[in-house]
Design a protein around this ligand. Sequence first.
Ligand SMILES: Cc1cc2nc3c(=O)[nH]c(=O)nc-3n(C[C@H](O)[C@H](O)[C@H](O)COP(=O)(O)OP(=O)(O)OC[C@H]3O[C@@H](n4cnc5c(N)ncnc54)[C@H](O)[C@@H]3O)c2cc1C
Length: 474
Amino acid sequence: MAVHPPKRILIIGAGPTGLGAAWRLHELGHEDWHVVEATGEAGGLAGSVTDAGGYTWDHGGHVQFSHYEYFDRMMDSLLGEDGWIRHERESWVWIAGRFVPYPFQNNIRRLPREALWECVEGLLQRPEVRERPRDFETFILHYFGEGLAKHFMTPYNFKVWAYPPRELATDWVGERVAPVDLARVLRNIILERDDVSWGPNATFRFPLHGGTGAIWRELGRRLPPGRIHFHTRLTALDTERRVAHFSDGSDRPYDALVSTIPLDMLAEITGVESWRAAAQGLVHSATHVVGVGVKGTPGPHISTKCWMYFPEANCPFYRVTVFSNYSPNNVPDIARCWSLMAEVSESPVKPVDPGRVLDDVLQGMVNTRLIDSVDLVDNVYVRRLPYGYPTPSLGRDAALEALLPALEAKGIHSRGRFGAWKYEVSNQDHGFMQGVECAEHLLLGAEEETIHRPDFVNQGGARMRSIDSAAVGT
Ligand SMILES: Cc1cc2nc3c(=O)[nH]c(=O)nc-3n(C[C@H](O)[C@H](O)[C@H](O)COP(=O)(O)OP(=O)(O)OC[C@H]3O[C@@H](n4cnc5c(N)ncnc54)[C@H](O)[C@@H]3O)c2cc1C
């Protein structure tokens, strides 16, 4: 196939996806590209801030693991061998007044006897599954049984997604939900064994300084100067003439546009009625990030933990990260303080009062014994992310099918966590590689695996994807 690469390429957003596209265009020697970013910094949702108290926070707990050799090499190159701290994942579920190791279903032996029996009974009574259920509630009942559904899967998933599982599809599940192996569950109960090794992120690394955002700030710095236009927001698009208009009154013509902003916002910005209508089918949740600096040192029950899940109603958060464990530099003085970072989801069916979220989180931390008393709090940080999770709702794929090809026919490639709206490929590595692959598609006509074949990628199909240029590492 003859490829006629577009000349002028415009990238909207300097998060991992936009930066991945920019980096690959640069690496392949393409010169006519620009990135436009609404804020003053590279990183997007994968950015970090250091607050006035000297505490560093990510926008929610970010863990670095990847499905791609290209991404790994980029990470090695950006922060160097000494720029990372490596961790073994220690994740736990707080339930019934105790910690149960994750994955929960493999470690139910730690539950009170009554709840343990309900979980085992539910597993034994699971129906024979002939085809994958379409909605997540049925999926949970069929694969996990009633007991696990009642004690963990249903309440926890409502807390994370902010939508009831019956409104979610199941295509995204893949590696995101640990499967149940009945023999293994029974063996762990009878032999009284903890069973904690599952999943792609059993080990992970974290930047020594500056939080997750340090990675993306550094990549922004390595791009040729003057190509990222900060504090410039895309406000309108003339999709016929291919001209983008910005908040500072400027405009820029393009041949191809790589957009990494939320797809529903993009549809709104184009003003195209059929796209705006299709985007109504997209659902998302907001995330409140509440960082808490604590005086002293963490108690022995959480001193080595990475993050914890909270399915119960005694706290508003679904997950808390012991963020000072990721790097001692995430706090001003590790000898005298430590930090917790909580995430609370919000949607129209799970509203959150912004005036109460901090107090509710602090009380929840006391209720779940993360801290002994609110008097120990040294510092707080609260931020609401209007776009937190792209919900894999039942109507999502129809909306994406109506939008993504139609946009592409006009030279607009919508990619990334909210650009492609595919939770199953919405982590940093996926976003970065969506950008890289989009650049390769534009210049070389290559197929984009991550966005079109998410199962293949997540099952390791792209793991060995290696780089064909020596430029990474410079
Ligand atoms: C709570 C939470 C936890 C997470 N945990 C992990 C994790 O553990 N591991 C992991 O790998 N990933 C994690 N992620 C996902 C990670 O943050 C994303 O993969 C990544 O940031 C997506 O990058 P992106 O470039 O697609 O989008 P974004 O990061 O959203 O970047 C989009 C950029 O576009 C800019 N923008 C928006 N509108 C405009 C406009 N009109 N004009 C110009 N610019 C605009 C924004 O300012 C932003 O910089 C998490 C995300 C959240 C919210």
